[in-house]
Design a protein around this ligand. Structure first.
Ligand SMILES: *[C@@H]1O[C@H](CO)[C@@H](O)[C@H](O)[C@H]1NC(C)=O
Ligand SMILES: *[C@@H]1O[C@H](CO)[C@@H](O)[C@H](O)[C@H]1NC(C)=O
Ligand SMILES: *[C@@H]1O[C@H](CO)[C@@H](O)[C@H](O)[C@H]1NC(C)=O
Ligand SMILES: *[C@@H]1O[C@H](CO)[C@@H](O)[C@H](O)[C@H]1NC(C)=O
Ligand SMILES: *[C@@H]1O[C@H](CO)[C@@H](O)[C@H](O)[C@H]1NC(C)=O
Ligand SMILES: *[C@@H]1O[C@H](CO)[C@@H](O)[C@H](O)[C@H]1NC(C)=O
Ligand SMILES: *[C@@H]1O[C@H](CO)[C@@H](O)[C@H](O)[C@H]1NC(C)=O
Length: 571
């Protein structure tokens, strides 16, 4: 029976892969879990218990985890990833062994005297199913373990962290990562921010990071750039925000822009706006994904993930390195209104960006629109063509779109902020900016776009990530087959020409957002944002250098020619 179910789920994976156009050559025989060309991953979308009794919640969650681990759907996976903060609470925080000690809680502490019982049970479960399992938990650690940390310890002698724990097929803790960019959570940060990756027996090295970390350079983007990591595990409890930051929209954009595999596992609670799970294959797009808008679920999504052949690094077993937290945390000084919440008719709570800070114009009524919108130093060029869709709302409908530009810090209180340079078009339920960034339904969206093009020149910077960003009314993004994306270096200008367009054959009538998301992180050393001296200090050569040399050379040439001419005439 189990065999049968396995092959059915294998077939289902094959169909799924075919549907998204993964090259057939990357397929191996079904039933095999990993080969030279792929591995099998499972990501879990999980609705956590949220009653008043912390112990009952933990028991319920743990039972759910074990059921998924032992489910037929999971039987072929090499690695299984659970979401952020969907297991234990602070009151049941557990010690976690250092990966260097190669501890197997199931073997060293079977009666769970030192580690919390749930950690021991999950170590035993990983051992029993012989699979890599990634969980995210509340971790506690004795302050005395880190004597180098000079900050005051809490009165109970403990630090608490939001931590990913990785068990290998023997149930051994082989990796541990503590969240760097906390999202207003009452947890500690490590004295030295961590950057962590781990190797597996299927020859893939994974980096890990957690939820809000995805909007920052270190450790996520840095692992890609500095260590060449091409596969990531990403437990998350995302609070989706329109128009640019709903969960799968961000996951897909990050995987695409970095051209990496991303295994994202999301907590599933519509009343907090949390959902969003998927497996993304870089420039090839989504392999599987889900946004559960109606109600939460406990489910595993399984897929074969193509390996990157060429530049895969051979990392160490686990890498720990210091992150350079460039500059001081920048916060918005002016007190601005909190990003508001928009509750859709289905009960899904959606956050909204402070679009009032953007420069924006209503999409004109004519069907062919060419327009530039600028904010601060960023100018966005839009070319659009659309036709009206009869939604049954007749000419009473006030729904429309805005074309917008933003060059500034993200406006969110009490958390790490990042600098963004965004160009985008987004849907609005009315003529005012406050009507934009809401979760609209298909029958509200009365524009059918047959052409969408955004072009902008983006400055180079020390650390930054330019991402295609789009989302439809089902809260899933466009796939690479539907868009064109290019980033081109401009000669001698320190600028990049970015172009994001809908492919010619495509028409869209269910669009919420289409944009270029330029994440400049701490905005350190962005060309043209300071004095010419600062640009030079940041390593940007003066742009007219070459030209000046040429002019200098040319004037010498003229002089020589003139002298030669005079000499010639005299003779
Ligand atoms: C991993 O690499 C080793 C050595 O290159 C090879 O023998 C083995 O078959 C590989 N395993 C997988 C699952 O690719
Ligand atoms: C950990 O967090 C607690 C509570 O916020 C705080 O009192 C303590 O100083 C923190 N410890 C360190 C080492 O920062
Ligand atoms: C699991 O344990 C066995 C025997 O104890 C050992 O040979 C094997 O290398 C271990 N596997 C991993 C992935 O560490
Ligand atoms: C197992 O997969 C089937 C079909 O793909 C799906 O309907 C079911 O919900 C899955 N079950 C779990 C527990 O993930
Ligand atoms: C819009 O402009 C394009 C050329 O830029 C033209 O081919 C097309 O017919 C125009 N569409 C409408 C509806 O005017
Ligand atoms: C809307 O359409 C109705 C008929 O369908 C017409 O009587 C009315 O004048 C229209 N209103 C506007 C503002 O165009
Ligand atoms: C949108 O326009 C395309 C042609 O450009 C057409 O094929 C499609 O049916 C239209 N969709 C809707 C919902 O009107």
């Amino acid at each position: 029976m189990a065999e049968r179910v396995t092959s059915v789920s294998g077939l289902w994976q094959l169909l799924l892969l075919l549907a998204v156009g993964i090259r057939l050559s990357q397929q191996a025989s079904i039933g095999e879990s990993a080969s030279d060309s792929f591995y099998t991953a499972g990501v879990v979308e999980f609705r956590q218990a949220n009653g008043y009794d912390a112990n009952a919640n933990l028991a319920d969650n743990l039972a759910g985890y074990l059921e998924l681990i032992n489910s037929p759907n999971a039987s072929s996976v090499d690695i299984m990833v659970f979401p952020e903060m969907t297991l234990n609470g602070l009151s049941t925080a557990s010690f976690v062994p250092s990966p260097d000690e190669e501890v197997t809680p199931c073997l060293v502490d079977p009666s769970a005297n030192y580690f919390e019982p749930f950690l021991v049970e999950l170590s035993c479960a990983a051992r029993s199913v012989k699979r890599y399992i990634v969980i995210n938990i509340n971790e506690k650690q004795l302050c005395s373990d880190t004597p180098e940390d000079t900050r005051p310890c809490a009165s109970n002698g403990l630090n608490t962290f939001n931590t990913n724990v990785v068990f290998d097929r023997n149930g051994t803790v082989v990796s541990r990562y503590r969240k760097v960019h906390l999202y207003g959570e009452p947890r500690n940060s490590t004295f030295v921010p961590e950057s962590v990756s781990f190797e597996t027996d299927f020859n893939v090295t994974f980096g890990h990071f957690i939820c809000f970390d995805i909007l920052f350079y270190a450790p996520a983007h840095e692992l890609r750039l500095k260590q060449g990591v091409r596969n990531f595990v990403f437990p998350t409890m995302w609070f989706s925000q329109l128009p640019f930051l709903t969960a799968v929209q961000v996951q897909m954009g990050w995987s695409y822009a970095n051209d990496v595999n991303l295994l994202a596992a999301g907590a599933s609670h519509t009343e907090y706006g949390s959902t969003g799970t998927g497996i993304f294959n870089g420039r090839q797009g989504t392999i599987t994904s889900v946004m559960k808008l109606d109600e939460g679920e406990r489910r595993i999504y399984v897929a074969q993930v193509p390996k990157f052949q060429s530049s895969e690094v051979k990392g160490r077993r686990h890498v720990l390195s210091q992150i350079h937290m460039a500059g001081q945390k920048q916060r918005l000084s002016q007190s601005q209104e909190q990003s508001s919440l928009a509750r859709s008719r289905s009960g899904f709570v959606m956050k909204r960006d402070t679009l009032e800070l953007y420069e924006s114009v209503l999409l004109p009524q004519e069907s062919n629109v060419t327009k530039d919108v600028c904010h601060e130093k960023l100018c966005c060029h839009f070319e659009l063509e659309w036709s009206p869709v009869d939604t049954g709302a007749g000419n009473e409908s006030t729904f429309g779109y805005r074309l917008a530009a933003y060059d500034g810090w993200r406006n969110e209180q009490d958390v790490d902020n990042n600098y963004v340079r965004n160009c985008g078009i987004f849907a609005c339920s009315g003529p005012n900016i406050k009507d934009c960034g809401l979760l609209l339904k298909a029958n509200d969206l009365n524009h059918n776009f047959s052409r969408l093009l955004i072009e902008a020149k983006y400055p180079k910077s020390q650390e930054f990530l330019l991402m295609p960003n789009s989302v439809r009314d089902n809260l899933l993004p466009l796939e690479p087959s539907q868009f064109e994306w290019s980033v081109q270096e401009e000669e001698k200008s320190h600028l990049l020409s970015v172009r994001f367009a809908l492919v010619k054959t495509e028409a869209l009538s269910n669009l919420l957002t289409f944009g270029i998301y330029g994440n400049y992180y701490d905005d350190i050393c962005t060309y043209g944002t300071g004095t010419p001296e600062k640009d030079i200090q940041c390593g940007f050569k003066p742009i007219n250098d070459g030209a000046a040399e040429l002019r200098f050379f040319a004037s010498w040439l003229h002089l020589l020619l003139a002298v030669a001419l005079i000499v010639h005439l005299r003779n």
